[in-house]
Design a protein. Sequence first.
Lengths: 213, 82
Amino acid sequence: METARAAEAAGLDATIVWHRDRDIAGADIVLLPGGFSYGDYLRSGAIARFSPILHAVREHARRGGAVLGICNGFQILCEAGLLPGALNRNAGLAFVSRPVGIRVERVTTPFTTVFGPGTTLRLPVAHGEGRFVAPADDITRLEAEGRVVLRYVEGQNPNGSVHDIAGIANAKGNVVGIMPHPERAVGAVGAGADGAGFFASMASWVPIVKGVV
Amino acid sequence: MTFRVRIRVMPRAELLDPQGQAVERALGELGFSDARRARIGRAIELTVEAPSASEAEQRAEAMCEQLLANPVTEDFAIEVES
């Protein structure tokens, strides 16, 4: 809900799709929200990847459509094989819920175009399983190909993620998964407004896809 | 035939296992300081209808690869009994 509201606040037209639906209704961008939207049975995101809607999301991604997974949505994208790696139990074990410093490392994704490279944001994280891990080869590839989209500011890594990784993109750059919650920082109560740029990026990206700009 | 399958899924040895570390520390507090290298995984039990034990094992292997274990972070072991 708050993800949809944050998108609407940026001038986007948002439709909430039920996980049992099979159709993403011609959307330009698919957002997989966070916040324990699915049961975390077995492993976070492991069961959600069988939701009927994931077929449509996969097809959308294959055609180059934009997909953003936030927190639990990031876990689902990894479990579904749309992004490499996995999100394991936080190194400190405890569920962390607090704002942390996040650096934007890549601005050429549909979700980060409005940021200057290296911009530092303050965004809330809220997860128990957010420690990004991947085989060493995958990490090397992610770094070499500039696919680390967000990184925790040094010393503020809340979960022990390798290379302080907070968000990554697929090879084409159209599928992105991030652990922090930009939708909880769009200027409403408390958490600041640093998340608004993600939605503003999407708003500026949609007309480009449609070819009207 | 019906085979009883026990699957053990464990975090990869080279990966940090914060649950295992926490349990090891707690055991130490209780005086079990001889307990070392605690690792925590999960056990799954199910039955499989298959013509032979080896086929039951193959089915279980496929289940692990596709769902029960995450190939990025976990290893699995399978035991089959009739």
